[in-house]
Design a protein around this ligand. Structure first.
Ligand code: E4P
Length: 217
């Protein structure tokens, strides 16, 4: 399973990259806004830092403008993935831009049918949003499971990039289902290291080491 970091915060990406946890990065207009940076500039900085795919999202809504924006984003670096919304115009742009050899991440996927169309349009990645489905009392993980089944039934090569990940349980559940990639905020990825029994056990070891005067160096 590949780990993408869902942020445009370069310091947070660097910290996780130094730990070897970063296989790629995803951004969106909301994350770019949060960073307070220019999209072209911050995407270039991320692409230079990370070896893997870096998704940068278009902001246009019509096919012609999406293709122009996608081509521009692709000039930033070889590892840019053009992120397109799951609309008919977005799918048409996906078909055109993937045909030109660009990597495409089709985003804002909320159904199996949308995922099928993205695969047929040549998407490299499909991004089903787990957390946003959970937010409206639907089952985001069930969608990941269903897309996995359908893609495997027909041998679609589009990678399932589980997005809108909100908890460590989302990550382990996506791993069990067989999502190809998860993208999560830095805090959620770091929280994977936590366990209450680790903290408890370590506190006891520290106390016993002090009591026994154990010194190694
Ligand atoms: C995915 O590519 C999106 O950037 C992201 O995962 C959305 O997450 P959110 O629903 O927490 O905003």
């Amino acid at each position: 399973m590949k780990f993408f970091v869902d942020t445009a915060d370069v310091d947070a990406i660097r910290e996780l990259n130094d730990l070897g946890f970063v296989d790629g990065v995803t951004t969106n207009p909301s994350l770019i806004k949060k960073s307070g940076r220019d999209i072209l500039e911050v995407t270039k900085e991320i692409c230079d830092m990370v070896d893997g795919p870096v998704s940068a999202e278009v902001v246009a809504l019509d096919y012609d403008s999406m293709v122009i924006e996608g081509r521009k984003l692709a000039t930033i670096a070889d590892n840019v993935v053009i992120k397109l919304p799951l609309t008919l115009d977005g799918l048409k742009a996906c078909k055109t831009l993937s045909g030109e050899g660009h990597q495409i991440n089709v985003t804002l996927c909320f159904s199996v049918n949308q995922a099928i169309l993205a695969a047929k349009a040549g998407a490299t990645f499909i991004s089903p949003f787990v957390g946003r489905l959970d937010d409206i009392n639907l089952d985001g993980l069930e969608l990941i499971e269903d897309i996995r089944t359908v893609y495997d039934n027909y041998g679609f090569e589009t990678e399932i990039l589980a997005a809108s990940i909100r908890s460590v349980n989302h990550i382990s559940d996506c791993a069990k289902i067989g999502a190809d990639v998860i993208t999560a905020p830095p805090a959620v990825i770091k929280a994977m290291a936590n366990h209450i029994l680790t903290d408890k056990g370590l506190a006891q070891f520290v106390k016993d080491a002090e009591d026994a005067g154990i010194k190694i160096v």
